[in-house]
Each structure stands twice: as structure tokens, then as C-alpha cells.
Design a protein around this ligand. Structure first.
Ligand code: SF4
Length: 373
């Protein structure tokens, strides 16, 4: 046997294995752990044992939401629900991260919770305990306090309708998104991700080009997919297509169209940059209304799938303030290749005032570039 001298192993589950010790060492190790307030496996619930969070806001510069400090509260609530349903011995993996980079692999767990914006999270289900299957998005922008209430009806259905020896992730995978959505609270308001006015679904954006995905495809969500009817550009000759500089895609009913994303082209017709528009509360255009103001333009290198941004290389963020229709640029953050901010540009308007202190017609007078440490 190799590594006979190795006494401890750090695992990708954030566990430590103490190996190759004499059997009578166990009592001593448990005493030392207890003296240092480390709880032993049989002193924590099963769901806690299989849960994991990234550090996020206390130490990670990329975090946009809480993770390791928020997970204990979620586990407490889950423990209560699992106990109530008699599911306390079920091995259910819960992984939580403070941003879509997914450092604790939330995309393979039974339940994945991914920070999206402040206290709002993307909720995934359908992976498994061993992490051998990707899960799928159940719901986006779920407030922290709504995470367990959103999952509870699915846990109840799992208790009632599961097959023999079927795990929670397997159950979710078998039912699929449409049936799970019908179980969740306010399903009536969320289920049809179809724009009533034009019949487009949120997932019916222009077809993504195969080969550009950095990650394997997720199982196809069971939503109705309707081809997006984009207006045909009025061009006078085919040669103008070769000169295309930008192409912008909109969602929303007639008269309330909102920019969703755009491509900027190089001279050779390849895509130089992808711009994704975010509205108030970090909503995408399909989730915003005409009253939601533009708050951010996120600009990525090359052609990027606008529905799967976590693997994309971001170049800069442009932030806006002001009500819908009167947004003013406030600042721009440029990023290095490693994702860390490199430079912040602040815009100053008439009277040397910031964007939040001027009206919508005020001209920009000065911009200051600050190098980030
Ligand atoms: S998932 Fe995001 S917030 Fe969490 S450690 Fe990784 S980069 Fe940081």
C-alpha cells in the first residue's frame, strides 16, 4: 500500500481523513476534537454532514452574496423540514456558493444554491450525492429566506412519491422542471416563462452556437421553446451584413422592449464582445418590467452564451443610476484576466457632481480613472 506514512488526507468534500493510525488512537482523536469544540459525525445531522459552502464574502473578492455565513441558517431550516417529514436520515447534498464560479461544485449536488445578487440566489436541483450528474436550474433570484419554503413542497412530494431507494436529486431529475415548478409556491405566476405578448420564452433566445460552451450542456429544461422572431434588419444590399458593427436582442411586449444582450463585431464578422444588460435588483430583461431601470452593462470577451455567463471572461461592468429612461452612467470597472478589478472609472457631471446628484440632461464633464491595488 502506498503512502503508508500519510496520517491525514484533505478531501474535496472539505473533510479530513486520519489514516493509518492504530485503532486505539480513535478515542484520543475524538477527545482532542471535542476539547476543541469540533463536533463528531454522529453529533451533526445527515444533511449538515453532506453540506458545503465556499467562503464568499468574508474572504473572497469575487463574492456577490453570502455563502458560508448563510448556509448554517438554511441547514437549520432544512433540518426542521426533514425532521417533520421523517426524512432526517436521507443523504441530501447541499452546496452553496457566493457567486456563479461555483467553487464548491454546486452544479452537481442534490441542491445547489448560487449567489446571484445580494440576498438573491439561483436554486438548482437534480444532481446527486457523488457529483456524477449535473443538476438544473429550478428558479432564479430566490431571496435567501425563500429558499427552504421553495424546496419544501418538493421535499413533501419526494416523501410521498419517490421510488424505492430513490435519492432526492434522482427524484427531481425524474420529475423534471415542469412538474417541479407546478409543486412550488406561486407556481401559477412563475410557470409560464413565456412572454404573453410575443410568445417568446426566456430560453428562446437566438440559438447558441455549439462548440462555444466551456461546460457540458445541462439537461434540457422542459419548457416550451418557441423560435424568437427577430425583426429583419432593413438593409439595402447583402454586402452591408459584412459591415455589421453591433446586434442587439430585445425582450418584452410591443412598446416595452428591453435590451437583453448585444454583440459587437470585428471587421471579419467575428464577435468581439458580448454585452448583457441587467436591470434593477440585477434582473435580466425577461424578468424586468418597463419600470425597472438599467443598472449595469456587463461586457464579456468574444461571443458568450448570455444564459450561461459563469465561465465567460468579463472585461468590464458599466454601472448606471437614475430612473427608467433617464439612466446616467456612474462608473465603470475594468477587470484583469484573473477576474480581479484592474481600474475604476468615475464619471463626474456639471458642477463636478456625481451621477446620482444630477438630472438626466446633465453633460459629463470629467472622468477619473483609479487604478485598483
Ligand atoms: S464560488 Fe465565487 S464567492 Fe465562492 S469562493 Fe468561489 S469565486 Fe469566491
Amino acid at each position: 500500500m502506498n503512502n503508508l506514512n500519510r496520517k491525514s488526507v484533505l478531501t474535496p468534500q472539505q473533510d479530513i481523513l486520519f489514516c493509518n493510525l492504530a485503532s486505539d488512537a480513535k478515542a484520543t482523536i475524538e477527545r482532542i476534537l471535542t476539547e476543541h469544540h469540533v463536533r463528531l459525525p454522529d453529533q451533526i445531522s445527515v444533511v449538515q454532514r453532506y453540506s458545503m459552502a465556499c467562503p464568499a464574502i468574508p474572504t473572497c473578492g469575487l463574492a456577490i452574496s453570502e455563502s458560508e455565513r448563510a448556509l448554517p441558517g438554511i441547514i437549520d431550516q432544512l433540518e426542521t423540514e426533514l425532521q417533520r417529514l421523517g426524512l432526517q436520515d436521507e443523504k441530501i447534498s447541499v452546496r452553496m456558493t457566493g457567486c456563479p464560479n461555483g467553487c464548491v461544485r454546486p452544479y452537481q449536488s442534490d441542491i445547489g444554491i448560487v449567489g446571484r445578487s445580494g440576498d438573491k440566489y439561483m436554486l438548482f436541483v437534480g444532481g446527486n450525492l457523488l457529483g456524477t450528474r449535473l443538476n438544473f436550474e429550478l428558479r432564479d433570484l430566490v431571496p435567501l429566506k425563500e429558499i427552504v419554503p421553495t424546496l419544501t413542497p418538493i421535499l413533501e412530494s419526494f416523501k410521498r412519491d419517490r421510488l424505492a431507494n430513490e435519492g432526492f436529486g434522482d427524484f427531481c431529475c425524474r420529475l423534471g422542471l415542469e412538474k417541479l415548478e407546478a409543486l412550488m409556491p406561486d407556481a401559477a405566476g412563475k410557470k409560464p416563462k413565456i412572454n404573453e405578448a410575443n410568445g417568446n420564452t426566456r430560453l428562446a433566445a437566438p440559438e447558441w452556437q455549439p462548440g462555444n460552451d466551456a461546460t457540458p450542456a445541462l439537461p434540457a429544461p422542459q419548457t416550451q421553446t418557441v423560435p424568437l422572431e427577430l425583426p429583419v434588419p432593413q438593409v439595402e444590399s447583402g454586402s452591408l451584413i459584412a459591415c455589421k458593427e453591433t446586434e442587439t436582442f430585445f425582450v418584452g411586449p410591443k412598446g416595452e422592449e428591453r435590451r437583453d444582450f448585444a454583440y459587437r463585431y470585428n471587421d471579419d464578422d467575428s464577435v468581439r464582445e458580448t454585452i448583457v444588460y441587467f436591470y434593477e435588483e440585477d434582473r435580466r430583461a425577461a424578468e424586468a418590467t418597463a419600470d425597472h431601470a438599467l443598472r449595469r452593462e456587463a461586457i464579456y470577451a468574444g461571443r458568450v452564451n448570455p444564459l450561461r455567463l459563469h465561465a465567460a471572461r468579463k472585461l468590464r461592468d458599466l454601472y448606471y443610476v437614475g430612473p427608467a429612461g433617464h439612466e446616467r452612467i456612474d462608473r465603470c470597472i475594468l477587470y484583469r484576466a484573473d477576474g480581479q478589478p484592474a481600474q475604476t472609472i468615475v464619471y463626474l457631471y456639471d458642477g463636478d457632481r456625481g451621477a446620482a446628484d444630477v438630472s438626466s440632461g446633465s453633460p459629463v464633464r470629467r472622468q477619473i480613472a483609479i487604478r485598483n491595488p
